[in-house]
Design a protein around this ligand. Structure first.
Ligand code: NAP
Length: 308
């Protein structure tokens, strides 16, 4: 936690703060459910069905997740065990949309490759056809998942880059700028210059991006993923990039995070970020404060601020 969040947690609650940054081990997850009234987990802390089954009479009554995505928590199993779940929506929206734009620009304009060139000392100087990339302004973007983050990305694309915006979601959306709803993922994939993923992870969206979807994309198109790694069939993505079915990818998340396949790491046409979506001091503090707001509400016997 940031210092501000840690200070509040220590002031308001009897708190144990774990110093390690690696995900909780199975034994730590069991202990969390067994020995604490409230746990503030985050992505990678796999509170799956088996973990809840391991602790039949948990002391824990609330998992106040730090993060909007909660695909690492089996919410149905938690509720069956009498444990409520909250998350931190909203606090993460703008920062994550900004990282999507970073990935779009870096991949379209070959910024990672260019930076590596300069650092290598091999740059020979400007010339008219050096490292030509994709001109992003005015292009067509397709957004898969048009919730808080998807809409924030669309807003940036529309107002900042004069892009045409199409989207796929389960329900119809009416933002205050023009967007077109796609009939299917394959139709969306086939029609855009940049396909951006902004759906939640979990069983429903696992491998939403298949070889078929990638095959439908234009050979000049880019795939951007700021959602969850498991949304993309990573092996199919590598094949599509190797075969030139798509021109490039910008990834903040990976199927087997933090493992990033060697094949991806070798490709110049991909931009690889280490899950930076919400990584700013203010945003991580806002997320922590919202998690603690949920904890405080729960302790006071009030309704959760942002229940899952
Ligand atoms: P949200 O407001 O709940 O939006 C999710 C959107 O996905 C909604 O438009 C929803 O459609 C759509 N959707 C859900 N399931 C779908 C499906 N099967 N097919 C098509 N569309 C589907 O969530 P958010 O706040 O924008 O966050 C989205 C996700 O981003 C999070 O769950 C998290 O995993 C990820 N994230 C990543 C980072 C990062 O660091 N890279 C940071 C923050 C969040 P409806 O609106 O029709 O229900």
């Amino acid at each position: 936690m940031t210092a501000a969040v840690e200070a509040r947690a220590r002031a308001e609650f009897d708190v144990e703060i774990r110093a390690e940054t690696s995900p909780l081990t199975q034994e730590e997850r069991r202990r969390a459910l067994r020995d604490f009234d409230i746990v503030v987990p985050t992505l990678g802390d796999a509170f799956d069905e088996a973990t809840f089954a391991d602790v039949p009479e948990p002391r824990c009554r609330l998992l106040a997740n730090f993060g909007v995505g909660f695909n690492h928590i089996d919410v149905a199993a938690a509720k069956a065990a009498g444990i409520a779940v909250s998350n931190t929506p909203g606090a993460v929206t703008d920062a994550t949309a900004d990282i999507a734009m970073t990935l779009m620009l870096m991949t379209a304009r070959r910024a990672g490759e260019g930076e590596r060139l300069v650092r290598s000392g091999a740059w020979q100087g400007w010339h008219p056809t050096q490292m030509l990339g994709l001109h992003l302004t005015g292009k067509h973007v397709g957004i898969v998942g048009f919730g808080r983050i998807g809409e924030a990305i669309a807003r940036r694309c529309h107002y900042g880059f004069a892009m045409e915006v199409s989207y796929l979601a389960r329900s119809n959306k009416t933002p205050d700028f023009p967007v077109t709803r796609a009939n299917s993922l394959v139709e969306l994939a086939a029609s855009v210059d940049v396909l951006v993923l902004a759906v939640p992870g979990g069983a429903e969206t696992r491998h939403l991006i298949t070889a078929e979807v990638l095959g439908a994309m234009r050979s000049t198109a880019l795939l951007i993923n700021i959602a969850r790694g498991e949304v993309v069939d990573e092996a199919a993505l590598i094949a599509a990039l190797e075969q030139g079915q798509i021109a490039g990818a910008g990834l903040d998340v990976y199927e087997f995070e933090p493992k990033v396949p060697e094949a991806l790491r070798q490709m110049d046409q991909v931009t690889l970020l280490p899950h930076l979506g919400t990584a700013t001091e203010e945003v991580r503090s806002d997320m922590g404060q919202l998690a603690l707001d949920n904890v405080a509400a729960f302790v006071a016997g009030q309704a959760l601020v942002t229940p899952v």
